[in-house]
Design a protein around this ligand. Structure first.
Ligand code: HEM
Length: 401
């Protein structure tokens, strides 16, 4: 095949594609797992082994070493507050800055074992199930999927859960920046949200400095690594990242997992009979229908992708959702089979940027879904749920049961 034959057009906003990106991935797995996606203007990798290897390849990285957004250039004046937060975000940096930030954040995070949150997650899930109306349809996204990760990350960090609605609004506005071809207005909204979020956290950090508490924010303020500590800007960026990453993906994964399990029919309790079964079920749900499908990397050196060689400065999109359904890596990739012998997934990434919140997200999903189905084994989908109009955050619009 010539490179021209590998150039594919697929509108990421096409409603059929948004509802079922897996059909497109299956075609690409058949035709060529490395292809040029015209609408994004970049090469993409869809094969499991290749995506996994590229995520770990130090010749690629998240940091843009050629200009915006880390060194604002002309045309980004309206994004100063957003860029300021991004530049201190470990997700957007590479060594040596990433190593320093990640070591400090890990140290604060690891000192607070997530396992001890299990009873609190269970209690929250019980309370939310108690509040679900019986005998009438209810949307589980606001009623169950959203409040658990939001409450848990707020309590863990030590910011007031009562401000949850504002945090959600700021986070949603900022996440819109990850959608390509956005309107100027969307960018202005994201910048305003960044400024407000930053001001909110500045006040909180000040308060925590004076009245230390037993929470992650205090641990982040106090953390030291061979004399290094987080600057005020880095503290704000880290808190924004933890609050945003700490709920957005988990909310969507909860919705996607409930949908997947209910679509299997039969008694959903069978998937959660033991802790091992619950863990296997959640791992398979993460593989089967992940919330984040695409992460990009810049090439820092020439990278041979097979049919094409990336030049330094070029970007490549790593299609996590496609890798998880690669027929050369999984038997019957489109079937939901908890406990499958070939279980693996790249839903939390891999390598240097592997998700810091993976243990917490796994715990939240295992515990909250076990409670939900134990208490309401009779739940059934009212109608096939629809995904929101966004390829970048693959989650449901609503989940009426
Ligand atoms: C099901 C839920 C979640 C999914 C699917 C998910 C997925 C991911 C992925 C794919 C990455 C790597 C991105 C890349 O390689 O470019 C990542 C990074 C990250 N995630 Fe998560 N995440 C989830 C939940 C969480 C939670 C609950 C937290 C916080 C408590 C969190 C915090 C982070 C942070 C801080 C990073 C950046 C790590 C770094 O750059 O070194 N995530 N996540």
């Amino acid at each position: 095949m010539t490179p021209h034959a590998l150039s594919i057009s697929q509108n990421p906003k096409d409603p059929d594609f948004v509802q079922d990106p897996y059909r497109f991935y299956a075609e690409m797995h058949r035709a060529s797992p490395v292809f040029y996606w015209q609408e994004y203007g970049m090469w993409c990798a869809a094969g499991y082994d290749q995506v996994n290897a590229l995520l770990r390849d130090r010749r690629l990285g998240r940091e843009n070493r050629w200009g915006a957004p880390l060194n604002p250039v002309q045309g980004r004046d309206h994004l100063t507050d957003f860029d300021r937060i991004e530049s201190g975000s470990l997700l957007e940096r590479e060594p040596p800055v990433h190593t320093r930030l990640r070591t400090l954040v890990n140290r604060a995070f690891v000192s607070r074992s997530v396992e001890r949150l299990r009873p609190r997650i269970s209690q929250l899930a019980q309370e939310l199930v108690d509040a679900l109306p019986s005998g009438q349809p209810v949307d589980l996204l606001p009623g169950f999927a959203t409040p658990i990760p939001l409450t848990v990350i707020c309590e863990l960090l030590g910011v007031p859960v009562e401000r949850g609605n504002e945090l959600l609004a700021w986070s949603h506005a900022m996440c819109e920046m990850y959608v390509p071809h956005r309107a100027h207005e969307t960018e202005e909204r994201a910048n305003r949200a960044s400024a407000e979020f930053g001001a909110f956290l500045t006040a909180h950090i000040e308060e925590h400095r004076h009245n230390g508490a037993d929470d992650l924010l205090s641990a982040l303020i106090a953390v030291r690594d061979t004399g290094e500590k987080l600057s005020d800007d880095e503290l704000i960026s880290t808190c924004v990242l933890l609050l945003n990453a700490g709920h957005e993906a988990t909310v969507h994964q909860t919705g996607n997992a409930v949908k997947t399990i209910l679509e299997q029919g039969g008694d959903p309790r069978r998937f959660f009979e033991t802790p091992d079964l619950a863990a296997a079920t959640i791992e398979e749900a993460l593989r089967y229908d992940a919330p984040l499908h695409m992460f990009t990397r810049y090439a820092y050196e020439e990278i041979d992708l097979g049919p094409v060689t990336l030049k330094p400065g070029e970007q490549v999109a790593l299609l996590l959702g496609a890798a998880n359904r690669d027929p050369s890596a999984f038997e019957a990739p489109h079937e939901f089979r908890p406990g499958r012998p070939d279980q693996k997934n790249v839903s939390f990434g891999a390598g240097l940027h592997f998700c810091i919140g993976a243990p917490l997200a796994r715990l939240e999903l295992q515990q909250s879904l076990a409670v939900l189905f134990d208490r309401r084994p009779d739940l059934a989908l009212q109608a096939p749920p629809r995904y929101r109009d966004s390829y970048h955050f693959h989650g449901l619009e609503s989940l009426i049961v």
